[in-house]
Design a protein around this ligand. Structure first.
Ligand code: DP6
Length: 325
């Protein structure tokens, strides 16, 4: 059977950094994020006896894709559905290929929903979030709508994401900024595995529950200033850990720092702009929807910035009739 799903990416406010159980992507801490409409993935999955072997194409490519991880995820879906049928998977990202902008989140969320449906599984949103988490932890957060929380959980079934607020709850916007097209040298998975080597990691973990509560309150109150302060405090704590790993990991490029400085300058001018980034050099600037055009323009004029992508909160992963084959 054939099915297609469309999934948004999500950029975390409070980061998932470190795994309690890497086999099932059980995180060391809970996290918060919002699903974003400017960077997504559409995936079509077809299980059929007409295929002699599995085939996977991502953005028109069969090589230099994370085939092993995708294959493992398809095997998990087959095991859940108790089928042995071969599969054809075609997946398309809406953002520049290998840009280093969140692709595993939307990719594994779309693959999970389309794959489960095509395999004849009937999963609810919680079960889909758990399945997506197995593919990539952050994919758990791309399943529900809008502003999401991923519960850390104690085991496989208690670690999943749910929607705290729908996408239209708050007119927040995010400008994703491309500052390099080079592939990052340290993968996110390696970063996760090194976390305990930082002397600051336990201190970071100890502060997360309180930071999550404060951040949820800021979102609830739609308080951009409070939101922004916690956002930056969080990504700087994440960076402090990364700079003190053994061996250390420096994800930032000079242009990333230019963007961090620009945010402070924009705030001095009265525009509320706040930075974050994931395990890579591409910053994401959060602001209010009313200011996003001006802020994207200023970011575009910054030295070292190649491209900007404007995003708004959006719905989570859903089935679509736009099949790719
Ligand atoms: C820094 O979900 O990409 O972006 O579970 O190994 O696939 P895997 O890791 P991934 O980690 C994301 C880490 C982060 C922070 C975040 O998105 O919360």
């Amino acid at each position: 059977m054939k099915a297609s799903a469309k999934a948004p990416s999500n950029i975390a406010f409070i980061k998932y950094w470190g795994k309690k159980d890497p086999k099932i992507n059980l995180p060391e801490n809970g996290s918060l994020a919002v699903c974003l409409d400017g960077m997504g993935t559409v995936t079509t999955v077809d299980f059929s006896d007409q295929y002699e072997a599995d085939s996977v194409v991502i953005d028109g490519q069969t090589e230099n894709i994370e085939l092993g991880r995708v294959q493992k995820h398809i095997d998990l879906i087959r095991e859940m559905a108790q089928i042995n049928t071969s599969v054809k998977v075609i997946s398309q990202n809406s953002f520049p290929h290998s840009s280093g902008l969140a692709s595993s989140a939307s990719g594994f969320a779309a693959l999970s929903m389309a794959g489960a449906k095509a395999a004849g599984l009937d999963l609810d949103q919680k079960q889909l979030s758990i399945l997506a988490r197995h593919g990539s932890g952050s994919a758990a957060r791309s399943v529900p709508d809008g502003f999401v929380e991923w519960y850390q959980g104690k085991d496989d079934q208690s670690s999943y994401a749910y929607s705290m607020f729908p996408p239209d709850y708050w007119d927040l916007a995010a400008v994703a900024v491309l500052v390099t097209k080079q592939k990052k040298d340290v993968s996110t998975t390696t970063g996760h595995s090194l976390t305990s080597s930082s002397p600051f990691y336990q201190t970071r973990l100890a502060g997360i529950p309180n930071r999550i509560e404060q951040m949820k309150q800021a979102i609830k109150e739609r308080d951009i200033e409070k939101f922004g302060q916690i956002l930056e405090e969080e990504v700087l704590s994440f960076t402090a850990v990364n700079l003190t790993l053994n061996p250390y990991v420096l994800y930032l490029e000079p242009a990333t720092i230019q963007v961090m400085k620009l945010c402070q300058k924009l705030r001095d001018e009265g525009l509320q702009a706040y930075f974050t980034f994931d395990a890579g050099p591409q910053p994401v600037v959060y602001c209010l929807g009313k200011d996003v055009a001006e802020i994207a323009k200023r970011l575009g004029q910054t030295e070292g910035v190649i491209q900007t992508i404007v995003n708004h909160p959006t719905v989570g992963t859903h089935l679509t009739d736009e099949h790719l084959f």
